[in-house]
Design a binder for this molecule. Structure first.
Ligand SMILES: Cc1ncc(COP(=O)(O)O)c(C=O)c1O
Length: 354
């Protein structure tokens, strides 16, 4: 097959992972809280009255209305995809020519780089400064020097939990001509969205998802918010029926019942702070502040912690150490009892290795 395969695809590794089968899963920043049963039943009734032999709405008008009500962005400034993953792919299809430069801070969400390499773009990761503070000056400098097409900022950042201030975002917007893609996948946990800046900055696009705070990773629905001009271009490259009828219905139901679904946010934030202060009492762990639904920490015991949790049927995210970073762990906030179980295992590993 090699002779048929594009050069930049040859060395890519396919994303073929089985759904993890563990008692506790805290490796993917999903919500620990499932969609409420009463809404699942409502959805089932609705589906029973839906003609599944027909194609779904190609441009999801009901979902756009509900999203507009939620975000305050007019429907003409919204597009949805099968997860924000698909929206990132659409951005590349619409705007990125082979060789174009895409700049981001590093470490950040891995799909920026993966979709860039599929687009044959030149991905330029700018390493964080000390304490995982993104190096904004270098990002701006690189973007301008290399005439970047796109800059990604992830706010709050996955995996470090770093939150960009409004001043920092404005600084980038006022200093570059590239498209700024602001990934707000975790914004509900932070609360300080930059969506209002769309009114002033035509080169800004905000990414969101139902996979995190809405607890709907299983339905695969993400969206982009922007000005009509930029969204119109994304519609040009979108597949005809990219959101199936079930996804559209559940997403609308979720938005109409958002007060109930998002009522977990307070508990998740307070659990996060409890976990953070408990981890801070342990030696050898360097804990980072987080504005999201996970906590990131660095430790020479990262592998041992990962393995011990695995032995106890718990899956957490372990980042191996590299030249630039020591080993680290990203701990997605689970239910309080799960968090306590995880903390006691981490405590044990640290004490045994003291
Ligand atoms: C920062 C960030 N953006 C986007 C995504 C992708 O989300 P989706 O499930 O909508 O594809 C993730 C998933 O982990 C993420 O961490």
């Amino acid at each position: 097959m090699k002779e048929f395969t594009r050069e930049n695809i040859k060395n890519l590794v396919a994303y073929k992972v089985d759904a993890p089968q563990y008692e506790i899963i805290v490796n993917a920043n999903e919500s620990a809280y499932d969609f409420p049963m009463i809404l699942k039943r409502q959805f089932c009734d609705d589906i029973c009255n839906t003609d599944l032999n027909r194609y779904p709405e190609a441009c999801f008008p009901e979902l756009l209305e509900a999203l507009s009500d939620y975000t305050g962005v007019p429907t003409e400034g919204i597009i949805c995809g099968s997860g924000s993953d698909e929206v990132i792919a659409l951005i590349n299809q619409a705007f990125v020519d082979p060789g174009d430069v895409i700049v981001s801070h590093s470490p950040s969400f891995s799909m920026y780089e993966i979709w860039s390499s599929i687009a044959n773009a030149n991905y330029v990761p700018v390493p964080d400064l000390a304490d995982h503070i993104p190096d904004l000056d270098s990002i701006i400098q690189k973007a301008n020097e290399l005439d970047a097409k796109i800059i990604y900022l992830c706010n709050p950042n996955n995996p470090t939990g770093y939150t960009f201030s409004r001043e920092q975002i404005l600084k980038v917007l006022n200093s570059v001509s590239a498209l700024l893609i602001l990934d707000e996948a975790y914004i509900e946990f932070f609360g300080e969205s930059s969506v209002d800046l769309l009114k002033k900055y035509p080169n800004l696009l905000v990414l969101r998802t139902f996979s995190k705070a809405f607890g709907l990773a299983g339905i695969r629905c993400g969206y982009a918010l922007g000005n009509k001009d930029i969204i119109d271009v994304l519609y040009k490259v979108k597949g005809p029926y990219n959101l199936n009828v079930m996804t559209q219905k559940i997403a609308v139901l979720a938005l109409k019942n958002r007060d109930k679904i998002l009522s977990h946010l307070g508990e998740i934030r307070s659990e996060r702070e409890t976990i953070k202060s408990e981890l801070e009492s342990l030696k050898t762990l360097k804990i980072y502040p987080s504005g999201s639904n996970f906590i990131f920490f660095e430790t020479p015991l990262a592998q041992a912690i990962y393995q011990k949790l695995l032995d106890n049927n718990i899956l957490i995210k372990w980042f191996k150490d590299t030249d630039r970073h020591p080993g680290s762990i990203r701990f997605s906030i689970g239910k309080p009892s799960e968090n306590q179980q995880i903390l006691s295992i981490i405590r044990k590993v640290v004490t045994e290795n003291a």
